[in-house]
Design a protein around this ligand. Sequence first.
Ligand SMILES: Nc1ncnc2c1ncn2[C@@H]1O[C@H](COP(=O)(O)OP(=O)(O)OP(=O)(O)O)[C@@H](O)[C@H]1O
Length: 129
Amino acid sequence: MEHYAKGSVIGKGAYGTVYKAECRETGREFALKYHTFGLEESTVRELSCLSALRGHPHVIQMHDCFLDQGTVAMLMPYVPYTLALAIHNGRGQDLDGIPLSFVAHFSTQVASALSHMHGLNSAQGPHAF
Ligand SMILES: Nc1ncnc2c1ncn2[C@@H]1O[C@H](COP(=O)(O)OP(=O)(O)OP(=O)(O)O)[C@@H](O)[C@H]1O
């Protein structure tokens, strides 16, 4: 953890809190997720899924995983937007004006990631994920 400066909270999920972090050497920004429940089943499941999905261009990459003062911390690239933000950007709640190419672009990425996950599931047995 000495390589990173932990910043403010970006968001919270059911299993953890995500902070912004900056690499002290390069200045590059990361997201650092601290798992609330320690090394229990949900944590191990998320870490093993992200390990298995390393390398896919449309799945967030886990760069590192370590213990920070007893809490499991997971380092990933910082993504400064969400799909909802991209969709609503400049359009309020009106979705009518979204170009088909935009929808196709994101849908293809999501489908590609899902297809890859299903492929791994078939290869490793029905309860791998
Ligand atoms: N890599 C990231 N870059 C930027 N923000 C992130 C990143 N990962 C998570 N976040 C933010 O932190 C929030 C919490 O993320 P987290 O992974 O803990 O939960 P979730 O996947 O949103 O939901 P849940 O785990 O409850 O199903 C996200 O909703 C998002 O706003």
